[in-house]
Design a protein around this ligand. Structure first.
Ligand SMILES: C[S@@+](CC[C@H](N)C(=O)[O-])C[C@H]1O[C@@H](n2cnc3c(N)ncnc32)[C@H](O)[C@@H]1O
Length: 581
């Protein structure tokens, strides 16, 4: 199983978190709700991910974000609810009689009647603590905690939605909490603040009855932190519960000084990222007004894309098992749900989870025309190895071989693991700084992939906490190494060979500006028509009409920018360059 979706700077994974409910306008607000009181309108979505995907190690999200458990709960709810909208059970007794202004819920949730914290909420709490106090990656830490707490599928799905949801929406929930706590949030014990975020997510974005969210969160705090803070948490969450999600969003939005901040609240993204994403849409020829759709897509759990390594894996059993054929690249599929580790071929590593955008990157490099290809290919920034495995399999089919380089020892090990299913003669792994490669391998390779370390702003669906962790200074800090790695890639490429510069960030400082600076400095490089290469490497029609992904590059040639809301992939950027003879 590829782990390339799991790690920072790569097409990291995560997205098992459930998707927040769609807002009244169809947007993915944390808790849409239609009518003002409609916390759970008839079309509301549970936001609870498919429990069948909850334990997958790759970390990609369950496709629907909606699980059997939620469906069972809904089914129970529908049985109980007569057409007149009152809530009667099968014996006709009316239950939960409330005024129109009170909230109603259908879900039975883990620990609903327990006074102490239950394992699902404890798991979510520990995941959130690890992320916020130890800088752990949510999508890496949660699966281990789920195993440690021996959660069944339903509780695993609940814990996942709760943890990922609280991570994803923490900026918005903090704005809510700031109005309910009588002191600056920074003055709270960080563990208490995390518990409040979890409680708020249950109250505003999940099908958890108020009393259950309150009791369970207070019980959690009592058990994990102490009796003192339990009182504070109780009082604060009662204030949170006085408004619906939509009412909170309206209220907070009305206080914002401008549209950027309103968007930030409503779509749970930092303002600087919204500005950068909107700028990137415009720079790549798309309508900047697509920003809302993009932010909503970022808040959805990604569909689980699978790839069969060419010549090694077979998609037929995967499709027989319920997956759908992918619509972007050959040999790909979209999981139909369930535990991807049971998909035939995953155990052997010849079928693996990989975002279709990442698959396309490898295929574009392999498809670029190179006269007299001598079969020397390189991947300069290979860890953890997802693209390297696909490239090596493609190389093997052509009698070529891949040098997969990675600076980190640990990630080099992951690259080796990832490459293991590919015949050994088709690859080698080097551990070291790619910027040193030209000193030993100048003008050596026919095809070079340089998938640079980046902010990962194109992979926010997979990494629930990443958006709040990144800062504009990260962009500036990465600028130098991105330029140096691209220069090294060109120096390591033989005249006539091709370099593919790729990044899973659409930020123009990591895409357009890097390319622009290179073209200013070097005369030995020509930008290829990357859009055409991508069209040839992709399935027919993949980029037709509104799905077009290419845009012109100053001075000639094109680059490709994929988008989650358009292509259903990470926002991968790629541009192919020919080193002039
Ligand atoms: C975006 S990730 C690559 C993802 C990878 N291509 C895949 O598909 O699995 C960038 C990688 O570059 C590595 N890296 C960062 N600086 C590097 C350097 N100077 N030389 C080589 N690798 C570097 C990082 O450790 C990280 O593993």
């Amino acid at each position: 199983m590829s782990r390339d979706e799991q790690h920072d700077n790569g097409a990291a994974s995560g997205g098992r978190g459930g998707r927040p409910r769609r807002g009244p306008g169809g947007g993915a607000g944390p808790r849409g709700g239609g009518a003002a009181r409609g916390r759970r309108g008839p079309d509301a979505r549970s936001g609870i991910p498919d429990p069948r995907g909850a334990g997958d190690r790759d970390g990609q999200g369950a496709r629907s974000g909606r699980g059997r458990a939620a469906e069972r709960r809904d089914a129970g709810e529908r049985r109980d609810r007569p057409r007149d909208g009152s809530r009667r059970n099968t014996q006709g007794h009316e239950r939960n009689r409330r005024s129109q202004h009170e909230r109603s819920f259908s879900a039975q949730t883990p620990g609903q009647r327990r006074r102490q914290s239950d394992p699902a909420r404890l798991t979510a709490f520990r995941a959130l603590r690890a992320v916020n106090s130890e800088d752990a990656y949510g999508n890496l830490v949660l699966p281990g905690l789920v195993r440690e707490h021996r959660l069944d599928r339903r509780d695993a799905a609940f814990a996942t939605e709760l943890a990922y949801g609280a991570m994803r929406w923490s900026g918005t929930w903090d704005a809510v909490l700031a109005q309910c706590v009588d002191r600056p949030l920074e003055q709270l014990d960080p563990a208490v603040l995390d518990a409040l975020r979890l409680g708020t997510h249950q109250l505003l974005a999940m099908r958890v009855p108020d009393h259950a969210a309150l009791d369970a969160t207070v019980g959690l705090v009592r058990g994990e932190i102490g009796q003192g803070p339990a009182g504070l948490v109780n009082a604060v969450l009662r204030k949170v519960a006085r408004r619906t999600q939509e009412e909170w969003l309206e209220h907070l939005s009305a206080e914002q000084p401008d549209e950027w901040r309103r968007m930030g609240i409503r779509h749970a993204h930092p303002v600087w990222e919204i500005r950068a994403l909107r700028r990137a849409l415009r720079a790549t020829g798309r309508d900047p007004e697509e920003i809302t759709a993009l932010l909503e897509a970022d808040n959805e759990a990604p569909r689980v894309h699978l790839v069969a390594l060419p010549g090694l894996g077979d998609l037929a059993p995967v499709l027989d098992a319920g997956a759908e054929p992918g619509d972007l690249v050959a040999d790909s599929a979209v999981s139909g749900g369930g535990d991807v580790h049971r998909v035939p071929g995953t155990r052997e590593g010849v079928v693996r989870v990989q975002d279709a955008g990442s698959q396309l990157v490898a295929r574009v490099l392999a498809a670029a025309p190179v006269a007299d290809d001598t079969g020397h290919w390189a991947d300069l920034c290979a860890g953890p190895g997802g693209k390297a495995a696909l490239l090596a399999a493609l190389a093997h089919q052509r009698g070529a071989s891949l040098l997969a380089n990675e600076v980190s020892e640990h990630r080099s090990d992951l690259v080796r693991q990832s490459l293991a299913p590919v015949p050994r003669e088709a690859w080698d792994v080097r551990t070291g700084d790619a910027r040193e490669i030209p000193s030993r391998h100048a003008d050596a390779f026919d095809r070079v992939l340089v998938d640079v370390p980046c902010t990962g702003l194109g992979a926010l669906r997979r990494r629930p906490e990443a958006r709040w962790r990144r800062t504009p200074s990260d962009v500036a800090n990465l600028a130098g190494v991105q330029r140096e790695l691209l220069a090294a890639a060109l120096d390591a490429t033989r005249p006539g060979g091709v370099v593919l510069y790729a990044t899973c960030s659409p930020h123009t400082a990591e895409t357009h500006d890097v390319l622009h600076d290179l073209l200013e400095r070097r005369t030995d490089v020509a930008v290829l028509d990357t859009a055409r290469l991508a069209g040839q490497a992709a399935l027919p029609g993949a980029f037709d009409g509104a799905r077009a992904a290419g845009h012109d590059v100053p001075g000639g040639g094109t680059a490709v920018q994929l988008w989650p809301h358009v292509h259903g992939t990470d926002a991968m950027y790629m541009v192919a360059l020919r080193k002039r003879a």
